[in-house]
Design a protein around this ligand. Sequence first.
Ligand SMILES: [Zn+2]
Length: 321
Amino acid sequence: MSAISVEKLQWKEKPLYVPSLSEMVTALSTGLSENFAEVSVEEVECPDLTAAPFHLASSGLSGSATIVDVGGPPFLLPLVDRTKIYDLVDIAHKVLPNAKDVYLCGAGAGPHPLIGSNCEGIFNLKVNEDGSVVNETHIARVTPGDELCDTQKVPHNETKFALMANLYVSEGQKGKVLHVKCKKRLRADNFITACQNAVKRAFADKHVGVGGVFILKNGNAHQHVMRDFSKIPLHTNEDVNNWLKFYEMPGILIALGTFVSDDMDLDLRLQHFHSFSKSNWGGHYHYDTTPNTIEYEAYFNVGQRIIRIDPPVVTHQVGRD
Ligand SMILES: [Zn+2]
């Protein structure tokens, strides 16, 4: 099944408020200190994020930073729309048409035609100027029968995804970024919710979007993987949670995605991170289950604008946790 050309998809774009990184340092360190026993937030020159433990397809997160939200849960629920197939390279070229290289990372639904089954997508792709790609995207699925979590790196030329994605898009250059480290969680909020609340509190009604990577280590995470598409309609969050398969996954997990401070009347997914690992775990991050030992380390950057692609015409709020 081929992807729908991005030229045929509805496209909305809005500027984001872009706080300086030093304002972000203040906002995040203030907010996160209420949630974690140890917090360090700094503005740093980005290290080479292609190296372990991050394993990104591009070394940096800078250059024309853009938050992109494609499709949404209404294409999955109550019943799947299998025609919603998109292409990351197509989106990369449309979002940053003048960039030399484009790096995309984030969370969404993997390309079900690839494996004949629904799956999670952990997108991690660099599109070079000459059209070649560095493809570090992983998918995670629930195995039929024994229902284990199984992940794989997609084939090099597989750049499609399905239904929905929340992507951080940039030129993948080295540059100044936010380096966030937190240890020992004190409150119920997950790491990303804590970051999101910190940003909301600092910048009030201004619209801020953030993306990048975080590592979860020295503990475990409650994460889900979507089972294959439901044949019966899923109408409520309870239906969805019974259909999803939840696992407690051990760190180190490498999570990619975005969060925004509010919906901006764009029908956005407000936070969405998917993780992969070097030990066959992967899925949708909800929260860690080991507050006393947990450690997070993130590299984030701030988006300059938000692009909403193919928003569902008939929308709902089911399945957005
Ligand atoms: Zn997800």
